[in-house]
Design a protein around this ligand. Structure first.
Ligand code: 3NM
Length: 211
C-alpha cells in the first residue's frame, strides 16, 4: 500500500454551497494524499455518481480512493479500498469481497480493537476520536492522545489519527506519535481548503518517516 499522511474525508454538510468534487480537488491541490468518500445520507445512485467522479479525480492526482461502507460501490468504480466501522461487515468478509490487493481500513477506539484489526488483516486503522467531534454520530467519548501513544507503542500496521483534529491542535497529535492525520470539518469546512491542506503538510513534514 502506498504510504499516506494527509487523509481527507468528504463531509458535504460542512460546505453546503460548494460541490464535493471541487472541494476534494482543492484538498488534493493542497497535498491531501488519500481521499475517502463518506456519505451516510444520499441514496445509492447518488453515492455511486460521486464515487465515479472521485475515482476520475483521484486517478488524475494519483492518490488512493477509499469508499466508506459501500463495498459494492467500491468494487464497481474500481476504488483502491474501503473503510469499515466496528459495526459494519467483518474484516474477513470484506477481504473476501475486495480481494487480496485492495486496501481495507477500520475505525478503532480501543487498543483491543486495534489488535483485532491487525490480526484480522486490516491494512490500516483509524485511531480516534482524539478530541470531541460533531462529524460522526454516536461515536465514543474522546480517546485522547493517550490512545495514540498506546497504538504507536504496539501496533505495526499504519494508523491514522482522527476526530476533532484542527490546525491548532495537530501538534499534540503528532508529538504523541501519529504520523498520519485525517480530518473532515477542518479541511472541507474551511474557506480555503487548499491552504489548510498545505498548512497540515507543513506540520506533518518533520514527522514523516523516510520510507
Ligand atoms: N471517525 P472531524 S471521528 C469519521 O473516531 C470519523 O472513528 C471517527 O471528523 C473515529 O475531523 C470522525 O470533523 C469524524 O472531527 C472526523
Amino acid at each position: 500500500m502506498k504510504n499516506f499522511h494527509l487523509y481527507a474525508i468528504t463531509g458535504e454538510e460542512f460546505h453546503p454551497r460548494k460541490d464535493v468534487i471541487d472541494v476534494m480537488e482543492e484538498a488534493l491541490q493542497g497535498g491531501a494524499d488519500i481521499i475517502q468518500l463518506r456519505d451516510k445520507t444520499s441514496k445509492k445512485p447518488d453515492v455511486l455518481k460521486k464515487a465515479l467522479a472521485l475515482r476520475e479525480l483521484t486517478l488524475k492526482y494519483d492518490v488512493p480512493l477509499i469508499i466508506n461502507d459501500h463495498i459494492d460501490i467500491a468494487l464497481q468504480v474500481g476504488a483502491d479500498g474501503v473503510h469499515l466501522g466496528q459495526d459494519d461487515l467483518s474484516l474477513e468478509e470484506a477481504r473476501r469481497l475486495m480481494g487480496p490487493d485492495k486496501i481495507i481500513g477500520i475505525s478503532t477506539h480501543h487498543i483491543q480493537e486495534a489488535r483485532a484489526a491487525q490480526e484480522g488483516g486490516a491494512d490500516y486503522i483509524g485511531v480516534g476520536p482524539i478530541f470531541p467531534t460533531k462529524s460522526k454520530k454516536d461515536v465514543v467519548a474522546p480517546v485522547t492522545t493517550n490512545y495514540i501513544k498506546e497504538v504507536a507503542a504496539e501496533i505495526t500496521i499504519p494508523f491514522v489519527a482522527i476526530g476533532g483534529i484542527k490546525l491548532h491542535n495537530v501538534d499534540e497529535v503528532l508529538s504523541a506519535g501519529a504520523t498520519r492525520v485525517c480530518m473532515i470539518s477542518e479541511i472541507v469546512g474551511s474557506e480555503n481548503v487548499q491552504q489548510v491542506c498545505s498548512q497540515f503538510r507543513e506540520k506533518l513534514k518533520p514527522y514523516q518517516p523516510v520510507n
